[in-house]
Ligand binder design. Sequence first.
Ligand SMILES: Cc1cc2nc3c(=O)[nH]c(=O)nc-3n(C[C@H](O)[C@H](O)[C@H](O)COP(=O)(O)O)c2cc1C
Length: 202
Amino acid sequence: MNILAFMGSPRFRGNVDTLLDAFIEGAKNENPDVNVTKINLAAKKITPCIECGECEKTGNCVLRDDMTGIYDLIDAADIIVLASPIFFYNITAWTQALVERSQALWVRKYVLKKIDAEKKKKGIFLSIGATKGKKLFDGVILVVKYFFDAINADFTGALLFRGVEKKGDINNAPQFLDDARKLGGLIAKNENISNVNNIFIP
Ligand SMILES: Cc1cc2nc3c(=O)[nH]c(=O)nc-3n(C[C@H](O)[C@H](O)[C@H](O)COP(=O)(O)O)c2cc1C
C-alpha cells in the first residue's frame, strides 16, 4: 500500500506537520508494509496553474518544476493525505498550487478518459485552524472534495481541529494526535474509520 502525504504548512515541525506525522506513525505501526512518501510542499517549487490549456491535449502539464515528478507519485498512490492549516479560511498557497496543478489529472479523467475511474484511491484531509468559528472549514471542504475527485480519490474522511494556534500547541491536545494515529492505523489496515473521534465523513 502506497501512502502519499502532502504537508502544506510553511511551518515545519508546526501543528499540521506534527498531526500528519501522528497519522503516518499510526499507519506504519499497524501495517509495517505500508510505503509512505511525505512531501513538504513549502520546500518545493510548484508554480500555480498558468491556464495555458496544453494539458487538454495530452493530459500532461507543460510546466517543468517539482510537480513534474509528483504526477507519477499520485498515480502510484493508494492513499492520498492532504494536510494544511487554515490561512484566511483557505488552504495555504503551497497546497493550492498542488491543487491547481492537478488540473492535468482532471483532464486525464474527464476529458481524455485515460483513467480507470473504477480504481479509486482514498483521500484523507487533515486541517487545523486557530479560531473556533463554526464555518472555519466550510470553504476548504469544497476545495478538497474537488481536488480528490480530480485525482480519482474518494474523499474518505477528515480531521478538522479548531483552537490550535502557536507552533507546538498541538502537543497540548494529545487527544487530537491520538485521533490522527488511530485514523492512520485504520486506513493502513483498510478498515472502517467511522469510530475515530472527531472524524468528519463527507
Ligand atoms: C497567514 C495566516 C492566516 C491564517 N488564517 C487563519 C484563519 O483564517 N482562521 C484560523 O482559524 N486560523 C488562521 N491562521 C492560524 C493557523 O491556522 C494556525 O496557527 C495553525 O495552527 C497553523 O498551523 P501550522 O503550525 O501547521 O502552520 C492563520 C495563520 C496565518 C499565518
